[in-house]
Design a protein around this ligand. Structure first.
Ligand SMILES: [Zn+2]
Ligand SMILES: [Zn+2]
Length: 444
């Protein structure tokens, strides 16, 4: 069957073949012409009497002003807070502002903007226990419909449980006028799904991780929609930008369905996280989430191609792990990432992925399933094709275009496996004793 956004939202929980009951948490999604006009209706539908409207200066101009005018016309009083900083960071300050300016009488949140504003609105609505309406101003990433907020707390990137927006609104005029770089970012974030879908299958095969073919199919379809509409979306064609936004929402819903981020993020997202951590700690160059993920996707796709050139060697892999200097690697992470490395090191101490006995067990699984691994990796488009696609839409294809060096990117590739306890390509190469070799031949 073909999965549509309406179907995903209409079904409130179904028992899937994977054994899980899947729920879509988003209640309404209005993307298209004149979608903004629906804001007052949505406020009333969810029992709001006094919205708290949150935006920054740019998003106020893009859509916030119109939202306020529509509320006024509808006779709905509201409290408006415009964050005065340009490009506000997702940190304590913005959350503090949202909480301090959200009056006691506010009973519904309307967040107008990109990812940061959405993430903040979700936190405010969660604290208040009220409905959250998100008005998207750019189709720049797929986290709109997620139940968590990607924030920076005490200088560290964290994912905080907040809530899924109840309503997502994407107005065709607003989305089509979004900066083209943000539209490319949305496409980069979707291209990441090529990798995550392959990696999810490999993790299921090797680690026995939960896998749902239905969720994978939904993500696959939303990816196809985004790729089909990419060129026209970048050209600012309204219909295509709306389809792209729908694809992004669907991908987020698929994550909700699975209850994990696995269907939508893998090695390429971790490469992006490393770049974010370094930017936060040392002020090194960084770009939009989706752009970094797009570049990470290209690197990872090229690395997957190297798998086919490897002949797994049990003795070589066992010797590599025997000689691996774990303390030296931890010191390297500290130098590379600063204090953000500590959480990663603590994670390893809990997980023990570097433990030689655990490695030996994984290695046997890898050797047993080698042909299947290659077959799954074969589902990826070639890195040459991906590169061509990115070039055709003006999406950066290398960290160099962001002001990073090849060495920065190589380091991000090597450290990506330590970000979380997920089995990603970097771990597979480490298990094979081939990580540094592969990193030495990739084009960064
Ligand atoms: Zn399922
Ligand atoms: Zn993403």
């Amino acid at each position: 069957m073909e999965y549509t956004l309406d179907w995903l939202m209409a079904n409130d929980g179904f028992l899937c073949d994977c054994g899980k009951r899947h729920y879509g948490l988003l209640k309404d999604c209005i993307i298209g012409e004149n979608a903004l006009a629906k804001v007052p209706e949505m406020v009333r539908k969810y029992g709001g009497t006094h919205p708290f409207v949150l935006c920054d200066r740019e998003t106020y101009a893009a859509a916030g002003e119109k939202v306020c005018a529509l509320l006024t016309d509808a006779g709905i009083p509201f409290t408006l807070h415009i964050i005065s900083r340009t490009k506000p960071a997702p940190d304590e300050r913005i959350v503090g502002e949202a909480v301090m300016f959200c009056d006691a009488k506010c009973d519904i949140v309307i967040a107008v903007g990109g990812g940061v504003i959405n993430d903040t609105g979700k936190i405010a609505a969660n604290l208040k226990g009220c409905t959250d309406i998100y008005v998207a101003t750019a189709p720049s990433m797929d986290g709109y419909a997620s139940g968590s907020s990607s924030m920076e707390r005490e200088g560290l990137k964290v994912s905080l449980n907040s809530k899924c927006p109840d309503v997502v609104i994407g107005d065709a005029d607003v989305l089509a006028k979004a900066p083209v770089h943000m539209i490319r970012s949305g496409i980069g974030d979707m291209a990441a799904k090529y990798i995550s879908l392959v990696e999810w299958q490999i993790a299921a095969l090797l680690i026995g991780e939960y896998y749902c073919p239905t969720v994978a199919q939904i993500v696959k379809e939303s990816l196809a929609v985004c790729v089909e509409n990419a060129k026209a979306a970048v050209a600012g064609e309204k219909e295509a930008v709306c389809r792209l936004a729908e694809g992004l929402v669907m991908s987020g819903l698929a994550m909700n369905y699975a209850g994990i981020s696995r269907p939508a993020s893998g090695m390429e997202h971790y490469i992006s996280h490393i770049l974010d951590m370094r930017a936060l700690e040392f002020g090194s160059p960084a770009d939009l989430h989706g752009i970094q993920c797009g570049i990470g996707t290209l690197i990872t796709a090229e690395a997957y191609e190297k798998l086919a050139q490897i002949t797994p060697d049990r003795e070589k892999a066992l010797a590599y792990v025997r000689n691996f200097d774990l303390e030296g690697w931890f010191d390297h992470l500290r130098a590379l990432l600063g204090h953000g490395a500590e959480a990663m090191i603590a994670g390893e101490q809990k997980e023990g992925k570097y433990d030689p006995a655990k490695h030996a067990a994984r290695l046997e699984k890898i050797l047993e399933n080698w042909d299947t691994i290659l077959q799954i990796a074969g589902e990826l488009p070639s890195s040459a094709k991906l590169r061509e696609f990115f070039v055709s839409i003006g999406h950066p294809v290398s960290g160099l275009e962001l002001g990073l060096t090849a060495e920065d990117m190589r380091e991000a590739f090597l450290a990506a496996k330590d970000i979380r306890d997920k089995y990603v390509l970097g771990r597979l190469f480490w298990d094979l004793g081939e990580l540094e070799t592969v990193a030495g031949v990739l084009q960064f």
